[in-house]
Design a protein around this ligand. Structure first.
Ligand SMILES: Nc1ncnc2c1ncn2[C@@H]1O[C@H](COP(=O)(O)OP(=O)(O)OP(=O)(O)O)[C@@H](O)[C@H]1O
Ligand SMILES: [Mg+2]
Length: 358
């Protein structure tokens, strides 16, 4: 083997790939560490709709074979050069619960309690799921305070069938995944800079919007709102009497603009935001503290003029996720990357975790 091919092999080895299998599209982001910096090598997105006889932007329920075909096409089109990847698990296919359990000083005893108690919260036999959990860090423990008798534990479970589905897609596309991660955790890594203060994330996808409160890097509350980008497209198609494909294009051109087609986005977003506001108030009331910011992400987060509209509803700081800010890329690409960033938050977060491995 020549020196050159050796070098090339090493370079390939260091590149990592994040793969986000969303309900309406697949996204990939390839990163590499170079002199301590995280370099963006390539990224790409491919809509699932056309692979199942539907339009771009619609949520799909495809077979593993169809998803594999899409992923292979995407890897080719985006010129991905590595097989080393991490893959997202849809929030909808996972179970996340925050529970209070008795505290034990001995970590082994604590583990036993958690794993026994977790069974109560999982609606299927424990052998059918992969179980994981995190202990929420104690808040400003003071020396004078009474010794703790409870711990908050975030219990996470994913059904084996879902993992089998994802594993068969990865194997079919000739890739090697070292982890599967619930998409929320990937987004947090990519899009949240101040993990301590409570912030609320709104991931506006195709069929649904995931909303969750993140505090100390932990998901304190999560909720799914059953409205997303495809509802806007459908509403525009009906109100403007155009095809879904035309409505999808109009939506992207206009956003929350001023043309007649932009009434529909506002109607759908007002529904999403009012439900999110209820979640926000529920959290603030129960925890007696304020949420400091809203982070908008997902394809819906790309909508033109959405931040101003969100600010008017929530009256707190609203930010659009900018996950590519955590990567190095040519300056001329910055505006593009900022524009599409919210769509790629999950894929960037996965690639960032994968980079920590190499
Ligand atoms: N520029 C844009 N303006 C408005 N909406 C957009 C824009 N770009 C994408 N969208 C919409 O975002 C939606 C897809 O978002 P996203 O890619 O985050 O969904 P997904 O990850 O496939 O879904 P989920 O996360 O719910 O599984 C589609 O409805 C699409 O029309
Ligand atoms: Mg998504």
């Amino acid at each position: 083997m020549s020196f050159l091919t050796d070098l090339f092999a090493k370079k390939k080895e260091e590149s990592v790939l994040g793969i986000d299998i969303g309900s309406s599209s697949l996204k990939v982001v390839q990163l590499r560490k170079k002199q301590g910096q995280v370099v963006l090598e390539t990224y790409g997105e491919l809509a699932l709709g056309p692979y199942g006889g539907a339009e771009v932007g619609q949520a799909m329920n495809l077979s593993a074979e169809q998803v594999t075909e899409t992923l292979k096409d995407l890897i080719r089109e985006a010129k991905v050069t590595t097989k080393n990847c991490g893959v997202s698990i849809p929030f909808a296919r996972s179970l996340l619960t925050l529970v209070e359990l008795p505290y034990r000083k001995n970590p082994k005893e604590q583990k036993t309690i958690i794993e026994l108690e977790a069974r109560k919260y999982i609606p299927v036999p424990i052998s059918e799921v992969q179980l994981d959990w995190f202990i929420v860090p104690e808040e400003t423990p003071s020396e004078s305070a009474a010794p703790r008798d409870k711990v908050s534990v975030l219990i996470v479970a994913v059904h084996n069938d879902e993992l089998k589905f994802l594993q068969s897609v990865v194997a079919g596309a000739h890739l090697a995944a070292s982890f599967y991660e619930i998409e929320i955790f990937s987004t947090i890594r990519a899009a949240i800079d101040e993990p301590v203060k409570p912030v609320m994330v709104l991931d506006i996808g195709a069929a649904s919007t995931k909303t969750y409160v993140v505090e100390h890097g932990v998901v304190a509350l999560s909720h799914t709102i059953s409205a997303g980008g495809q509802d806007i497209t459908r509403a525009i198609a009906v109100s403007s009497n155009v095809s879904l494909a035309r409505a999808e294009a109009l939506k992207k051109e206009e956003g929350l603009g001023t043309s007649p087609a932009s009434d529909s986005p506002e109607l759908v977003f007002s529904r999403i935001f009012s439900e999110a506001r209820r979640v926000l108030i529920q959290y603030e009331t129960a925890h007696k503290k304020s949420i400091t910011a809203i982070v908008l992400t997902g394809g819906g987060g790309v909508t033109k003029a959405l931040d101003a509209y969100a600010k008017s509803i929530f009256s707190i700081d609203v930010r659009i996720a900018n996950p590519f800010a955590k990567t190095e890329a040519p300056a001329f690409m910055r505006p593009v990357l900022e524009g599409i960033g919210p769509e790629f938050a999950v894929a960037v977060g996965l690639a960032l975790r994968k980079l920590q491995e190499v």
